[in-house]
Write a protein that binds this ligand. Structure first.
Ligand SMILES: Cc1cc2nc3c(=O)[nH]c(=O)nc-3n(C[C@H](O)[C@H](O)[C@H](O)COP(=O)(O)OP(=O)(O)OC[C@H]3O[C@@H](n4cnc5c(N)ncnc54)[C@H](O)[C@@H]3O)c2cc1C
Length: 285
């Protein structure tokens, strides 16, 4: 049976909310902004503050780094696949980052961090992870989790570093007995953004029910690309004729989550079958 939860299965209409401003918030959290969860968090840990240091930092491509955190104090961090943590900036602001590993593989916490050009928050995060010393995180966060292998076909739709959350979910799922198809769609702007491409291809060989489709949004900039192009959701509806029994996880920025959810709903995916950390922020008119 599915035990995949999000904080709110009802889509809210909150057009006044500045979605991007809501992503990183001072002394607060996405869930506090979202309100309470539908009783789906019983088995989850409440978030608390841990002190961490960076164990390793390696480049994944031209802009994204893989960061391995060691929890130095606060005890062992228990989390569910799909959850995120918040890096706490010196100003007190909390910046969310998905945990890229499954709980069983979490001797160190794996993050994929892509700096945002021109963002002061992003510069502060880079300082914290690249300079020696400890910093605080608030974790675990998020209700967009999987803690049982599904009995429904699963769509995982990620834009850019949204793949981080999907990696955690997939590593958890691949440790279990998969009986339904799992389809990963990864939306990128340029081919070099596919920093986990080899791993995803390897998974397709190892797990027959797993499929992987990279989708390029700006093909005119990459004339040699011969894969799928356009919007992620369009790639899904081109390949999947009946969405009525699928469960979709969507990870990316608010505009991507909104556009993707709309297309999936318009093509028959039930509203209760959509999972995303940003679901409460999007409008579906
Ligand atoms: C739940 C959640 C998880 C996130 N996980 C990551 C992550 O694993 N790696 C990372 O580099 N950034 C992630 N972000 C974005 C990260 O929090 C910001 O980049 C960071 O706080 C710096 O803020 P900013 O104002 O510079 O960027 P923002 O303007 O807040 O965001 C910039 C970038 O983050 C991306 N982003 C936004 N939401 C998500 C999301 N849900 N998942 C993945 N990417 C997202 C956007 O597409 C954009 O490219 C996440 C954001 C949220 C809400």
């Amino acid at each position: 049976m599915w035990a995949a939860h999000t904080s709110n299965n009802q889509l809210t209409r909150n057009s006044d909310l500045n979605l991007l401003d809501a992503i990183a918030v001072p002394n607060s959290s996405i869930e506090e902004l979202m309100g309470s969860c539908d009783g789906a968090m019983n088995t989850k840990q409440d978030p608390k503050i841990y002190r961490c240091s960076v164990d390793r930092l390696t480049p994944l491509n031209h802009d994204t780094s893989r960061v391995w955190l060691t929890v130095e104090s606060g005890g062992r961090l228990e989390f569910k696949a799909g959850q995120y943590l918040e890096i706490i900036l010196p100003s007190g602001k909390h910046c969310p980052f998905s945990i890229a590993c499954a709980p069983a593989n979490a001797e160190h916490l794996e993050l994929h961090i892509r700096p945002t050009p021109g963002s002061d928050d992003s510069s502060q995060i880079e300082d914290l992870i690249r300079k020696p010393g400890c910093f605080e995180i608030n974790a675990p966060k998020g209700d967009c989790i999987i803690d049982h292998v599904p009995d429904q076909p699963l769509l995982l739709l990620a834009a850019s570093t949204g793949i981080t959350q999907m990696k955690s979910l997939l590593e958890f799922l691949f440790d279990g007995e998969i009986s339904k198809p799992i389809s990963l769609y990864w939306g990128i702007v340029a081919p070099d953004d596919l920093y986990l491409h080899d791993l995803c291809v390897k998974w397709t060989s190892k797990f027959p029910l797993f499929s992987y489709t990279p989708v390029l949004s700006e093909p005119e900039e990459s004339p040699t690309w011969d894969g799928a192009t356009g919007l992620l959701a369009d790639a899904v509806v081109t390949e999947v004729s009946d969405l009525s029994n699928h469960l979709a996880y969507i990870s990316g920025g608010p505009a991507m989550v909104q556009a993707t959810a709309k297309v999936l709903l318009d093509n028959g995916l039930p509203i209760d079958n959509i999972r995303s950390d940003l679901l409460p922020y999007i409008t579906l008119d």
